[in-house]
Design a protein around this ligand. Structure first.
Ligand code: AMP
Length: 430
């Protein structure tokens, strides 16, 4: 199928050609016709499938040209990064029209954004909180909003945006077209869809939660974080010296440590993004990663939304995410839009269970690889060993609520034998 067959007008066909897209992706071929005809649509599609263009193209074509001052469409997304990413694509597709698209997001003062809205807008792309904040300033009339898109709905639910979404539902007209895109479709997204959409057409890019087929998945067992760092160093020297890499860590501190270690070890530029970094630092890191100035980006899960760098060759999971859906999102950052990508997950003894949960969600096994014999194995520090034992206990308890963990038992014993000393050591830990 071609874009012409999807009945897109010349202005958009030109912009698509300039973006270098030859043919529509499956989700675009499926979503564009019902969206053009004004239907409500639920799209289940991961990042990397071309979902953004799937909802943007028909929406922009419906809006057609600049009209009045008030917004006629609203796209909501969970994070600033994603808002900017969607805005970037919208500007690209609207380049042969006079449509005005404005991004609204937090982390910076609302004044400049409010001013931009005042001068007239057709499409708002916003995080829910900032949209409400700007609405309360009373500078635009929401009654003209006839199209609502909820992007990455599963993440919006995870981040607790339901109250804001309900508030927005009250503000905008009830007669409107609704679109909901989500990588996964758990119960809470289903409930959201029930509240917001009317007789939606449901389309799915690939079976739910199956990571994009172009990504090859590997795993390697390593004793501890220090060994994981040595492994990454080896992997880069061995075969990734010139390659764009995205590394995920579960915790901010870990992301920071990995970035620092690699920056010390290699000449190329390494950057980290997580919720402690200022918005500007995050945006700059992302821009520099996109341009290639930064070769390795280390990120936590929240900060990763909206990272869209098709050249990413490999995703390395420094730690296994506890929520298997996060894994799907993480590896969706490589192998985007038909390109081949690889993901490798580094697993310490306590992370086996989380990895098994991922494999049962995706229905795919990660191929196990053995670390090189030359890899320096460092003894696991006591504190890390305890954390691992605690994690294993947590997992075992989840499987069997009556399970008496080895870690807790030890803790109990030491508490009764010497209250003072255990107090001291737990105080030290934090
Ligand atoms: P998304 O799934 O919207 O995050 O998009 C993933 C990537 O695919 C982005 O880099 C897009 O620019 C790219 N892309 C979207 N549609 C197409 C297409 N039809 N052909 C080639 N690349 C595309």
């Amino acid at each position: 199928m071609s874009f012409e067959e999807l009945k897109l007008t010349r202005q958009f066909l030109n912009a698509i050609e300039e973006a270098g897209y030859e043919n529509p992706t499956p989700i675009q071929a499926m979503a564009i016709p019902p969206l053009r005809s004004g239907q409500d649509v639920i799209g289940i599609a991961q990042t990397g499938t071309g979902k953004t263009a799937a909802f943007l193209l028909p929406l922009l074509q419906t809006l057609k040209y600049a009209q009045g001052d008030a917004p006629r469409a609203l796209i909501l997304a969970p994070t600033k990064e994603l808002v900017l990413q969607i805005h970037h694509e919208a500007m690209q597709f609207a380049s042969y029209t006079d449509l005005r698209c404005i991004p609204l997001y937090g982390g910076v003062g609302p004044k400049a954004q409010a001013q931009a809205v005042k001068t007239g807008v057709d499409l708002l792309i916003a995080t829910p909180g900032r949209f409400i904040e700007i609405y309360h300033m009373g500078i635009f009339e929401p009654k003209k909003i006839k199209h609502l898109v909820l992007d990455e709905a599963d993440r919006m639910m995870d981040m607790g945006f339901m109250p804001q979404l309900r508030q927005i539902q009250e503000i905008i007209p009830s007669k409107r077209q609704n679109v909901l895109f989500s990588a996964t479709f758990p119960h809470r997204v289903e409930r959201l869809a029930d509240e917001f959409l009317l007789w939606p057409t449901r389309i799915e890019a690939s079976p739910e939660s199956t990571p994009v087929e172009t990504v090859e998945q590997f795993r390697v067992s390593l004793a501890n974080q220090r060994t994981k760092l040595s492994f990454i160093e080896w992997l880069i020297r061995e075969r990734l010296m010139e390659k764009r890499l995205l590394i995920f860590a579960r915790k901010k501190d870990d992301a920071e440590n990995v970035a620092r270690y690699l920056q010390r070890t290699f000449e190329f530029e390494v950057r980290s993004i997580h919720s402690n970094k200022g918005q500007n630092a995050r945006i700059n890191a992302m821009d520099d990663f996109r341009s290639g100035a930064v070769q390795v980006l280390v990120s936590t899960d929240i900060a990763s939304r909206g990272i869209d760098v098709p050249e990413t060759e490999m995703v390395i999971n420094f730690s296994v995410p506890r929520d298997p859906h996060d894994y799907v999102h993480r590896i969706g950052r490589t192998g985007r839009a038909f390109r081949h990508g690889e993901a490798i997950t580094l697993e310490d003894p306590s992370e086996r269970y989380a990895r098994e949960r991922i494999e049962s969600l995706t229905g795919q096994l990660m191929k196990e690889i053995t670390p090189p014999s030359t890899l320096k194995e460092v003894v696991t520090p006591k504190e890390e060993k305890q954390l691992q034992a605690r994690e294993i206990d947590r997992e075992m308890k989840k499987r069997d609520p009556l399970y008496q963990g080895a870690f807790h038992e030890r803790k109990k014993k030491s508490k009764s034998s010497s209250k003072k000393s255990s107090k001291k050591s737990s105080g030290k830990k934090r």
